[in-house]
Design a protein around this ligand. Structure first.
Ligand code: GTR
Length: 401
């Protein structure tokens, strides 16, 4: 009898313990059949409930409302260009058997000379006029991209041969990708503490906003470089840096085109599908990417006042390219495509078209209109295949025959 009681007590305690474990567990769904019923919010309804009537109302009023929602509730505000910013070309050399020029430019963020990050540029050597550019951050360091070119993340020769230049800076030189990067004294802010610690004018801004800010600083430089056609700079990014590219393109309309590669949750993927990575997971693993306001949406995607097709639509009327990979279920390929699809009503205000109505098969890029999408066979990555599609798209847009 005593034994049975003891046993019951232990079982009770055990299930209580397990219960609290389960409560803390973040459930990840990969089953389309288990996606909750959801309704996508309409980007063309003003906060006051009125309908956006035309392109001017979008550009002059609604766009700013949406930008503010993402700044306030998800990423934090992106501050303006810092005073005293200036540039210095550190090195220039011919590379790839005369195909290109490699240039390293230091972006000094103020007059002290203490706060800076470096941009690695490749430009076609024999261009007869200023060239269109791709600009994006990298994960491992500028030098590492030189080794990654063969592995196709940064296929420099491919890009140069197509007549494009490409500029990149190391993500961590702008803002380290660590949870503690808000903390600490930063003398060389952009080397050690990160730009948020030094230039804390954005208030509570997450690393995604800091990276977006860094991308705009690269564009500031590109606007001064005579070899570059600054009216044709495409902001591009993969994964977390794809989130940053979308956010940079939303904030800074000087970017002429926006490319999101496998950007997933809080990038291009529709959040209300709650499939693959979700708000609770991303905000637990990477709280430093977001403003603290975002915490309240953990397990509450449907409460978020926007969804990611609104972020995609902030690229309008500029060309937008979203891409996914078949095995990248964590990033929800279908959800990324749906954001491209549902950005269409905003593009339509400008007489521009979005993607076709059917989710495309792998290796069947849908890029004949202003919003493009492709699904690549394979894993979470940015590959030469992806770059080839982006180049084709950009060639059509920038160099019409
Ligand atoms: C994952 C993260 C994603 C994505 C990815 C990446 O761990 O959950 O949101 O950004 O990292 O950046 O490679």
């Amino acid at each position: 009898m005593v034994r049975t009681l003891k046993c019951m007590l232990l079982t009770g305690l055990f299930s209580l313990f397990m219960g609290s474990l389960v409560a803390q567990e973040i459930v990840i769904n990969y089953d389309e059949a288990k996606i909750p019923a959801y309704e996508l919010p309409d980007p063309l309804i003003f906060n006051n409930g009125k309908k956006v009537a035309n392109a001017d109302e979008w550009t002059e009023k609604r766009r700013a409302e949406i930008l503010e929602i993402f700044a306030q509730e998800m990423y934090g505000h992106v501050p303006a260009r810092p005073d005293g910013q200036h540039f210095k070309v550190l090195r220039e050399e011919t590379v790839y058997e005369g195909l290109g020029i490699r240039k390293v430019v230091r972006i000094f963020l103020d007059e002290t000379g203490k706060h800076w990050f470096d941009v690695l540029m490749h430009l076609p050597k024999h261009a007869s006029k200023p060239v269109p550019m791709f600009a994006g951050l990298n994960f491992k360091s500028n030098d590492a991209t030189l080794d990654e070119r063969a592995g196709s993340r940064w296929p420099y020769e491919l890009i140069l041969k197509a007549g494009f230049g490409v500029a990149t800076a190391w993500r961590d030189a702008v803002e380290p990708d660590g949870k503690d990067s808000m903390i600490g004294e930063a003398d060389f802010a952009c080397k050690d503490g990160g730009v948020r610690a030094w230039y804390n004018q954005g208030g509570d801004w997450g690393a995604i906003s800091a990276w977006a800010w860094g991308l705009s600083r690269i564009l500031d430089y590109l606007q001064t470089d005579k070899a570059v056609d600054a009216s044709k700079v495409t902001v591009i990014g993969h994964s977390r840096l794809g989130k940053a590219a979308l956010w940079a393109g939303a904030n800074d309309t000087r970017f002429a085109m926006v490319i999101s590669n496998c950007s997933g949750c809080c990038g291009a993927a529709i959040s209300r599908r709650v499939i693959g990575e979700n708000f609770a997971r991303i905000d637990t693993s990477f709280p430093h990417w977001f403003t603290r306001e975002f915490d309240k949406y953990k397990n509450k995607e449907a409460n978020f006042p926007a969804d990611q097709h609104w972020l995609a639509a902030l690229a309008a009327p500029r060309p937008l390219y979203i891409a996914s990979a078949t095995e990248d279920l964590w990033a929800d390929p279908k959800g990324e495509w749906l954001a491209a699809l549902h950005a269409a009503p905003v593009y339509a205000l400008f007489g521009k078209k979005g993607v076709k109505a059917n989710f495309p098969a792998p290796e069947c890029p849908d890029f004949s209109e202003t919003v493009a999408y492709h699904l690549r066979t394979g894993k979470h990555d940015i590959t030469a295949y992806d770059w080839q599609q982006y180049i084709h798209f950009a060639q059509r847009i920038y160099q019409p025959k």
